[in-house]
Design a protein. Structure first.
Length: 88
């Protein structure tokens, strides 16, 4: 049941788009290629076990954890559902 200016089914399209965006973001975050020997952020060596476990890894555990926390904090706000973004 759509209301206002939206057509019927618009809510489902918005939910599907949000889920698809999250899946695309998760897929793009999967490391690919050859692993680095040293962290791109801090320059510390990346343990060999980590490099073998995650092919394409570019960050040490502590830097990766920090990067993921920053990314998680920024995705808590749904721009698609924001009334402000719909007015632009």
């Amino acid at each position: 049941m759509a209301g206002g200016w939206s057509r019927d089914g618009a809510e489902h399209e918005q939910m599907d788009a949000t889920v698809n965006d999250a899946v695309d973001r998760a897929r793009s975050a999967i490391p690919k290629g050859e692993s680095s020997e040293y962290c791109d952020e801090c320059g510390n060596p990346i343990p060999e076990a980590r490099r073998h476990a995650l092919p394409g890894v570019q960050h040490c555990v502590s830097c990766q954890t920090e990067l993921e926390q920053v990314a998680k904090a920024s995705e808590l706000f749904n721009r698609r559902g924001s009334k402000d973004s719909q007015l632009r």
